[in-house]
Ligand binder design. Structure first.
Ligand code: ADP
Length: 523
């Protein structure tokens, strides 16, 4: 459909990809399929990265720290000029939501593949997004709609009742966000949040929201062309989060009915229209237990989790972004889009599951990537490559598609069993455990579910250790039935967790066996 739709019309010749890692690879693949030349940029530590190897051309833009390379608009513009690029794709993160980059592109006559700077400003800042939502009657989480002084925020927190959430106006990635449980904590929480926001964004302004207990995070993907058509591609459920950061996403959501999808889509489309939005964007909502939804924020770029939408709609969002930026009309109405089957993505990070999921960069010695029915792997790594310490340690996104949620989960489990990587630690075992949990399987999840699950598992493991110590101590006070019951319950949880981890151990033994065989075969 897309080739037919683009063929006789204008298309870019060369696109600068102002990013790195898996998303840079994702974008250059779309360029290649469209017959567009791709230009990569790289910092000193990324010289051997996959995106550099796969791009048609690549240019060094400075040392490892992103403020001296990937965040330098001047250097990006120099490369665009030097290489003769007619468009720039920012990916996600780095400068993707910075209106200054969109403006610099406009001045340099390089098309920015994303929304206009003005739309980013109208929707991208959390408080301006809230103000816009209020104007178009989309419900928001209760709180302030403007940057708020400490004393004013405190009075509001007292009147709304705790817990309350302090958030950075310029926020993103959970930075500058503080959960406040009581009035006594307010002063120090405000101070910490403001200084974290200052460090992360150079903007210390905060605002306040009521903290919703155990909501779901459900977001709507929108696409808007430059001719006034705005479509919704349906929702993604992103409630599986660790410390408020998404780690597993799926589409459709297990709780969204066609009626709710229609209502949330209408709200998202209304917001996009009101903000003068063009290109791909996401409207994020929190959804309570009664399925009331509240606008959280807009992400004015491609999301990490876009592949799950691609899998259930059959659309290529990056190609559509490029087509929209080139001035094409969207060839479909959103009413015509209904999700087909189910898709789920897990974010594989270089993290050590035995050390509180701490980043674990290093050299990849060997790896096996799962394939087979319904499996897609978006990644920016290869064997022999060293994962740098300087950036987010996202390695790969493993995506499964199936006819039903059950089939998708079965495929994802199977793919995780096939996945192996040596030299670095990854969080793959965490997903094996999540995919065995009865609550997860029933879709009974919320944004605190994973943190609570991990806390329960840790507590269970600790109780189990102390129980074993007590058993060897004949004078121990094991008669107390309440404690025994708690220990028993904890054991149940720990057994489940250890079954899951023994599965990963088996697979790692299997991996070691494979590596040994490989070494044996070497001359
Ligand atoms: P960031 O942009 O920094 O990632 P978001 O506003 O997107 O922050 O929120 C990230 C996550 O934090 C949400 O998905 C949700 O889990 C949690 N969260 C944010 N605001 C609230 C709130 N008012 N009540 C409960 N949870 C919230």
């Amino acid at each position: 459909m897309l080739h037919f739709f683009f063929a006789p019309l204008f298309m870019f010749k060369k696109i600068l990809i102002a990013n790195r890692g898996e998303i840079a690879v994702r974008i250059l693949r779309a360029c290649r399929e469209l017959g567009i030349q791709s230009v990569a940029v790289f910092s000193e530590v990324d010289r051997k990265s996959l995106h550099v190897r796969l791009a048609d051309e690549a240019y060094a833009i400075g040392p490892a720290p992103s403020r001296e390379s990937y965040l330098r608009i001047d250097k990006l513009m120099d490369v665009a000029r030097l290489a003769g690029c007619d468009a720039l794709h920012p990916g996600y993160g780095f400068l993707a939501e910075n209106p200054a980059l969109a403006r610099a592109c406009r001045e340099a006559r390089v098309t920015f593949i994303g929304p206009p700077a003005e739309a980013m400003e109208a929707l991208g800042s959390k408080t301006s997004g809230r103000q816009l939502a209020r104007r178009v009657e989309v419900p928001t989480v209760p709180g302030t709609n403007n940057p708020t002084e400490k004393s004013e925020a405190r009075v509001l927190a007292q009147s709304m009742g705790y817990p309350a959430l302090l958030k950075a106006v310029a926020g993103g990635g959970g930075k500058g966000m503080r959960l406040v449980y009581s009035d006594a904590e307010f002063e120090s929480a405000f101070r910490d949040a403001a200084s974290e926001a200052m460090n992360a964004f150079g903007d210390e302004r905060l605002y306040l929201e009521k903290y919703l207990e155990r909501p779901r995070h459900i977001e709507i993907q929108v696409l808007a062309d430059a001719h006034g058509r705005v479509v919704s591609l349906g929702e993604r459920e992103c409630s599986i989060q660790r410390r408020h950061q998404k780690v597993l996403e799926e589409a459709p959501s297990p709780v969204v009915t066609p009626e709710l999808r229609r209502k949330m889509s209408e709200a998202a489309v209304r917001l996009a229209r009101a903000g003068g939005y063009v290109n791909a964007g996401t409207m994020e909502f929190l959804v309570d237990q009664n399925l009331n939804f509240y606008f959280l924020e807009a992400n004015t770029r491609l999301q990490v989790e876009h592949p799950v939408t691609e899998q259930v709609t059959g659309l290529d969002l990056v190609k559509l972004q490029i087509a929209i930026a080139a001035g094409h009309r969207l060839p479909f109405a959103w009413e015509s889009i209904t999700p087909r089957g189910h898709a789920m993505e897990v974010r594989l990070y270089a993290e050590d599951p035995e050390n509180n999921l701490f980043p674990s960069p290093g050299k990849i010695l060997s790896r096996h990537t799962p394939t087979g029915p319904g499996i897609r792997m978006d990644e920016g790594v290869y064997e022999g490559w060293t994962v740098p310490t300087d950036y987010d340690p996202l390695l790969s996104k493993l995506v499964a598609w199936g006819n039903s949620r059950e089939e998708t989960i079965a495929r994802l489990r199977r793919a995780l069993d096939e996945y192996s990587i040596t030299g670095i630690r990854t969080n793959a075992s965490l997903f094996r455990r999540i995919l065995e949990e009865p609550e997860f399987l029933r879709g009974e999840i919320h944004t605190r579910w994973l943190d609570e699950f991990l806390r329960r598992s840790r507590a269970a493991a600790a109780l189990l250790t102390s129980d074993q110590n007590n058993e060897s101590d004949s004078n121990g006070s094991r008669e107390v039935s309440a404690i025994a019951a708690a220990v028993w319950q904890a054991k149940q949880i720990a057994t489940q967790a250890s079954t899951a981890s023994s599965a990963s151990e088996t697979s790692s033994r299997w991996k070691m066996e494979g590596r040994r065989e490989l070494l044996d075969r070497m001359p």
